[in-house]
Every structure is written in C-alpha cells, then in structure tokens.
Design a protein around this ligand. Structure first.
Ligand code: 3PG
Length: 208
C-alpha cells in the first residue's frame, strides 16, 4: 500500500484515458509524459484498451501505465499478468476485492459511501478511489469520512477539473486526483498531441 500511495502521491494528477484506437496509445502517452504526467490510467471501456496498455509499456518506458474501469475478475487477471503498477475500479464487489488480494494486484477500489469504504477496509484496502468524487459529495464528503476513517487515503475522480484539482489535492487524505479532461477522445482522433501536452503542462504549472 505504501509504495502504491507513494506512486500516486508523486503523480498528483492521473489522466483517465479512453483509447478507441490502439495506434493512438503511444503518441498519447508520449504527449502526456512530455507534459510531465507519467502515471496513466487506461480505462477498460474500449476493445483497444488491453493492446493500448501493452504498447505503452513496451514503447514508453517513462510512463507508468495502469488500468481503470476494472469491473470483472478477468480485468484483474490482465493487471496481474502484465504486473501493472495500479488498477482502478469505480467500485468494489466482494468478489473483486477478494480476487485482487488473491492475485496480489495493486488494486484501488472505488467507494462513494462509508459502507463501501468499510467493505474495502475489511479486505485490506485503505487506499481507495473516491468515485464519482464531485457527484458523491466532493470535499465535504472527504472531510466527513476523515473523522471515522483517519488512515484512509483517497484518489478522487469524477468531475475533477483544472479549476478544482488543487482544492482536492489540498485535503490531507487525498494522494492524487484523476480526470479525463486532459486527453479527450476527440483530441486523440484529431492527433492533437500538442494540445494534450499543453493541458498537462498547464495543470502541472497550476499545482506547482
Ligand atoms: C473515471 O472513470 O475516473 C471518470 O470517468 C473520470 O471522470 P471525469 O470524466 O469526470 O474526469
């Protein structure tokens, strides 16, 4: 957990990537790395996702490519087989949590309530994704959860923007934030890599 938390803390901002065409994966990863963002969440929302992760790992060694939208045990198998640095889920069923432990996956389950957090903790996960962060209560919710769960660390995603990222990162129980705004699919399709690098540089500069 400590190593994983340190990885995310160092990253601060994690682009949440939906890649429709695996041939975009490498230029996309290079564009983000050029902007200073190296921890990349490739969501399992498209058929190209697995090939995209593999291509980035092969060709962009400066990037730390992990998975997002892990919802089934087969997704955990992929994370384990590739020995990925992290695997995010929007939630955390008992089956998924137990399988992540069994396979030793660096898993970050999603929670939006105290009970979901308690289920994650019962399986040994004290580093969680707070999803969907803004819609599920934002900063006031994170502060409320800090009382009963002081040792839990969160990675909020869902509704994070360049304007609110710094405020979330200012919370003591937040290690990193994730967001899709950095590299929307339209920019990938247009090959607008410089625009993606520009957004990465901008958020890095804003956060200092
Ligand atoms: C996620 O999967 O983490 C979210 O879809 C990212 O949310 P956003 O699109 O609001 O950044």
């Amino acid at each position: 957990m400590e190593t994983l938390a340190a990885t995310l803390r160092a990253a601060k901002v994690i682009p949440v990537l939906t890649i429709n065409d695996a041939s975009h994966a490498v230029p996309l990863a290079r564009a983000l790395v050029a902007g200073g963002l190296t921890a990349l969440e490739i969501t399992l929302r498209t058929p190209a996702a697995a090939a995209a992760v593999a291509a980035i790992r092969r060709e962009v060694p400066e990037a730390q490519a992990g998975l997002g939208t892990v919802t089934g045990v087969e997704d955990l198998a992929l994370a384990a087989d590739l020995d990925l640095p992290f695997a995010f889920s929007p939630g955390g069923t008992g089956l998924l949590l137990a399988e992540a432990v069994r396979r030793g996956v660096r898993f970050i389950p999603g929670v939006a309530t105290a009970s979901e957090l308690m289920t994650a903790l019962a399986h040994g996960f004290s580093l969680v994704k707070f999803f969907p962060a803004v819609q599920a209560g934002g900063i006031p919710m994170l502060r409320a959860l800090a009382g009963p769960f002081p040792s839990v660390r969160f990675c909020p995603t869902g509704g994070i923007t360049p304007d609110n990222a710094g405020t979330f990162l200012g919370e003591p129980n937040v290690v990193a934030v994730g967001g899709s705004w950095l590299a929307p699919p339209a920019d990938q399709e247009a090959g607008a890599w410089a625009a993606i690098t520009g957004r990465a540089l901008q958020i890095k500069a804003n956060l200092g």
